[in-house]
Ligand binder design. Structure first.
Ligand SMILES: C=CC1=C(C)c2cc3[nH]c(cc4nc(cc5[nH]c(cc1n2)c(C)c5CCC(=O)O)C(CCC(=O)O)=C4C)c(C)c3C=C
Ligand SMILES: [Fe+2]
Ligand SMILES: [Fe+2]
Length: 364
């Protein structure tokens, strides 16, 4: 679709969200377990409240231990506002740029954002996933939710375009690499090149990997690019964390990797979160409290590479990705897809997204 008339552009930051306060944990989990794109459960409507209730005390404790809630809304707002300011300078043709946040499981939920955008009279918007790498269970779920809300008329009449992945964008890679370099600098210069970079990403059930979900490949591509940017200065591994439940998940697990490194006599490690851009339980609880403690017990000296959070290099990358998207509206490619709002990520028959996607001729 060609855009002829210069007009202001809304940029909708899509992500899962997190409970801003401990009290919001139950509702967050209820929304999460109700999402069939993330966790398809038999009798979902009935099973979700039971599982959410059972899991709430444990997850509440984790959010309490990391300071009383998730910082994801704070950082998404900082990132969105910083990006929009830069966009006004870098792409004045579509100024003013207004950032919105649409979370999947915590406030502001998509329906709330839709109401706001409708009230603001938004006519054009970019759905900008904040997951660098594509998974049907994350970005796919957010796109499907936008699609449902759009179809119900909740957004009003908006012309959409989609940025659905950017895990190899040079700006993102640079931001991650700089944070790794800052962590490496904490080791004495003479020991620095021995430090193992342990990239850690949220795992994925093997059932999802095996149906062709692109996430594992795209996370691997991010790691590869970061290592290229670092000139392969250090040994590295990509490992997986945060599996939930008894089914098989992508491995090897971060905890097992730490034990393996200790056995091999590798006693210096930088843990690098690579698949999520703001701090959350995975970084502040699992990496900083659980794994770092485990590593120290194993005699490993461990540093954790900072999450991108309010990194100016990262915020500039978000603006650059958006500008490239705006300039390449008609080309196909990872950051310039004119897809309409449905999960395009699947090349398999079991996910269920691709059915509606191809039926719509690749457009919603
Ligand atoms: C890129 C990031 C993530 C992917 C991919 C992902 C897939 C995925 N997750 C579950 C199940 C759960 N995830 C939960 C919380 C959670 N997940 C991510 C990120 C990804 N998930 C984040 C950032 C969080 C929020 C928690 C936090 O770290 O702050 C939970 C709830 C928490 C819990 O009960 O342990 C579940 C459940 C599946 C099944 C899945 C892929 C299909
Ligand atoms: Fe999908
Ligand atoms: Fe998850």
């Amino acid at each position: 679709m060609e855009r002829k008339v210069p007009q202001s552009e809304a940029v909708v930051m899509l992500n899962m969200g997190g409970p801003s306060t401990v009290e919001e944990t139950h509702d967050f989990l209820l929304n999460l377990f109700s999402d069939g794109d993330l966790i398809p459960l038999p009798l979902q409507k009935w099973a979700a409240p039971i599982i959410a209730k059972r899991r709430t005390p444990q997850i509440e404790k984790q959010y309490t231990d990391i300071g009383g809630g998730s910082p994801i809304l704070k950082y998404t707002q900082i990132q969105g506002e910083g990006m929009a300011k830069l966009l006004d300078e870098l792409h004045p043709e579509t100024a003013p740029h207004k950032p919105y946040v649409a979370f999947r499981y915590a406030r502001p939920l998509t329906d709330e954002t839709a109401r706001q955008m409708k009230a603001d009279g938004v006519k054009r918007a970019i759905a900008f996933t904040q997951y660098p790498q594509y998974s049907c269970s994350t970005t796919g779920s957010s796109l499907n939710e936008l699609y449902r809300r759009g179809k119900a008329g909740e957004f009003g009449d908006i012309e959409w375009s989609v940025i659905d992945r950017w895990g190899t964008h040079p700006g993102f890679i640079e931001a991650v690499a700089q944070n790794i370099e800052a962590s490496l600098a904490k080791f004495p210069a003479s020991e620095r090149s021995e430090v193992v970079l342990l990239f850690s990403a949220h795992s994925l059930p093997m059932s999802v990997v095996n149906r062709g979900d692109p996430y594992v490949l795209e996370v691997s591509a991010s790691v590869s690019r970061v290592m290229e940017r670092l000139g392969h200065s250090n040994p590295y591994r990509l490992v997986w964390q945060s599996q939930v439940g008894p089914s098989a998940w992508m491995g090897m697990q971060t905890g097992e990797a730490l034990k393996g490194l200790a056995r091999l006599g590798q006693k210096k490690v930088v843990l690098v979160p690579i698949a999520f851009t703001s701090d959350h339980i995975e970084t502040l609880y699992e990496l900083d409290l659980e794994y770092a403690e485990e590593a120290r017990e194993l005699g490993i000296q461990v540093e954790r590479s900072e999450s991108l959070n309010d990194s100016p290099v990262f915020i500039r990358a978000l603006a650059d990705i958006t500008v490239e998207h705006l300039k390449n509206q008609k080309k196909s490619g990872p950051t310039s897809l004119q897809l309409g709002l449905r999960c395009p990520g699947c090349t398999n028959a079991t996910c269920g997204h691709q059915k509606t996607w191809f039926a719509a001729g690749g457009r919603a």
